[in-house]
Design a protein around this ligand. Sequence first.
Ligand code: C5P
Length: 399
Amino acid sequence: MRIVLGVTGGIAAYKAAELARQLVRNGHEITVVMTKGAEEFIRPLTFASLTGRKVITDLFSSASPDATLSSAVEHIGVAREHDLLLVAPATADVLAKFAHGLADDFLSTLYLAFDGPVVLAPAMNDRMWSHAAVRENVAVLRGRGHALVEPGDGYLACGTVGPGRLAESEKIVAAVEDALRKRRTDLVGQTILITAGPTREPVDPVRYISNRSSGKMGYALAEAALARGARVLLVSGPVNLQPPARAEVEQVQTAAEMRDAVFAHLFEATVVIKCAAVADFRPATPSAQKIKKTSADRTLELVPVPDILAELGDGPRNFILVGFAAETENLLDYARRKLEGKNCDMIVANRVGGDGSAFESESNEVLLVLRNGETIPVDRAPKRVVADHIFDQIVKLGK
Ligand code: C5P
């Protein structure tokens, strides 16, 4: 496989040489990208000798104007030609750049252009490693589905003892091999229709009935499906999220609009995932004018909204149908009933309300309920990771 080894400026940079040697020995082709900081600790020639390949040292490194132009676009080519991006050692600086999308050198620019698996092996001072800023950046990167090879405990260059030492190279190589094995292209050729977020049912021109859904789970599903090679049609209720660049997005407000968008694209879909928290009721007659305040009690008449999922499950179909069940109690029982009642192939059940609620959260803990009676628990993890577990089952259902 073709691997980019990003080396950043920490005292552990010299250990990347041993890492490069082991990866070459495992039969991989290694392209080393060094940051300016890394060059303070180790010479590019070391890596060139070990890998037998040119080492990339910086975005605008060459003095020749032509070469500057070619190296300025080279990161796109390098991103396309490689199967995995490994950064070892990864400094606090590079973690922050990756987490926030800064792109001011070759490695950080390459990261933004790369859509394959990413393995990060941080190394830094123990206090830096435990700082809230670093913890938050690590959580963001994990949430994106990247593998983090935790630093080990031990003597640090600064003279203290604690967590921060670059993990042993055997451990990093194992994480790389694992990520390569899991590198999934198993959704190539599939068109996945995903609904996400809440719906809004108008009461009058300024008020609506909605729910707490953030859309994060649906957007994580879209990201995971794209990473595994699918085409993604994302029908989204109003959320504060940036949709993945390659998703084809249709924005809707009401359940009726969501239904129309789903049925307009249904003929293209091989998998339909109804992750949206659709309203069950809407105001019977939304007022055309803003309702004025009065001191009298007021009753809002609600009528049921057509159940899109149930409608999709009705009759023969040539797509896999996955529903979600958000419950505050009797999770498994309700999920099983929903599976039968709405004739789905799988229900993803999650608890809402109280501690560990799925709503508005970055992480989720779900139960996958299948038609054959099997239930598969997925432990609490970032929603992007949970999304991959859901697709593992969908791939099995398709076989
Ligand atoms: O019955 P309940 O609303 O809890 O079921 C949740 C599942 O049904 C979700 O997959 C949701 O997207 C879907 N649903 C729907 N149309 C509705 C209500 C819910 O598709 N009107």
